[in-house]
Design a protein around this ligand. Structure first.
Ligand code: CP
Length: 327
């Protein structure tokens, strides 16, 4: 495999500083800039009548999803196919995981079939890092529990740059269930590396205890927070992560929507064109109303579209770091 020789994207000798994409925390500012420049090239490819390039044509990628996903899973698979990789999909339901097979045994069996790269979503924080230590393949974290979701943060920051022309100095508000959100943590790391100001807003019961250590502002009044920001990223309420006892961290979804939901009348009261984002899947009428989700200032579908170019860029750049064996 020789991406540099077969791809229309010219990168010269630049490469990422990491062998795996486990989290934004591990990336440098230069890595993120390189990913964005590479994604710009792939975005141009995706606008062509023939949207496919041969860059990864002798690379095999396994998509391992141990937790449900729509956007990330489809986006990674499409990115891989646009790069001409061979793709194998695995989901834990219907697999031998239900017979008690461990994560490392499952993955080693898949790698024995000569897989070069693994994209993995897993409910446990640290699962991607564990795999990177024990498996001989490039690992891409597609979301590990409440820890990180690096490609989501990259596509979010890339979409802000596309809409506003810059990320540096942009005031980004992240609203809602920060405590259970890997999207929030990766976004905070990514936006701070790119020079944005970040504010969190939501019920204090949905904020992490170490909030001060994150170096972000906090405001519990959504109307005040919206007046401060240029961009509002409305997080999904993660009901499935609210605790095994079924007790939620707030009294009711109705009350949450009243205090922290973005509906049209609240949006109009801001009096400026705040850009609206949501990582999906949306609980319409809870985090955002349908009028706001579908508003001209909402870039929710641009985020999804940009996800393919960002994931192509990350796959391409990591594939370039696979050691060559002499033939
Ligand atoms: N944003 C996101 O991760 O969505 P999915 O869970 O559908 O992949």
């Amino acid at each position: 495999m020789s991406p540099a020789n077969t791809n229309p994207i010219a990168l010269g000798s630049e490469s990422l500083s990491v062998d795996h994409l486990l989290g934004i925390k591990d990336l440098t500012r230069a890595d993120i800039d390189l990913i964005f420049r590479t994604a710009d090239g792939f975005k141009e490819v995706l606008g062509r009548p023939i949207k496919k390039v041969p860059s990864l044509r002798d690379i095999t990628i396994a998509n391992l999803f141990f937790e449900s996903s729509t956007r990330t899973r489809v986006s990674f698979e499409l990115a891989e196919k646009r790069l001409s990789a061979d793709v194998v999909n695995f989901s834990s339901s219907g697999s031998s995981v239900s017979k008690g097979e461990t994560l490392i045994d499952t993955v080693n069996n898949i790698l024995a079939m000569k897989v070069d790269m693994v994209v993995m979503r897993h409910p446990d924080p640290g699962a991607a890092m564990f795999l990177a230590r024990h498996a001989r393949a490039r690992i891409l974290n597609a979301g590990d529990g409440t820890h990180e979701h690096p490609t989501q943060a990259l596509l979010d920051a890339y979409s802000i740059r596309e809409k506003l022309g810059r990320v540096k100095g942009v005031k980004v508000l992240i609203v809602g269930d920060v405590l259970h959100s890997r999207v929030a943590l990766s976004n905070i790391f990514c936006l701070q590396k790119l020079g944005s100001e970040v504010m969190l807003c939501g019920p204090r019961t949905l904020m992490p205890r170490h909030i001060r250590a994150l170096g972000v502002r906090f405001e519990d009044d959504l109307d005040k927070a919206l007046g401060w920001c240029d961009v509002a990223n409305m997080l999904r309420i993660q009901l499935e992560r609210q605790g095994g006892d079924g007790i939620a961290s707030f009294p009711s979804l109705r009350e949450y929507a009243m205090l922290y939901g973005l509906n049209l009348s609240r949006y109009r009261r801001i009096g400026k064109d705040v850009v609206v984002m949501h990582p999906g899947p949306i609980n319409r009428g809870v985090e955002v109303s349908s009028e706001v989700a579908d508003h001209a200032n909402s870039i929710i579908l641009d985020q999804v579209e940009n996800g393919v170019a960002i994931r192509m860029a990350v796959l391409y750049l990591l594939a370039a770091r696979i050691p060559r064996t002499a033939v």
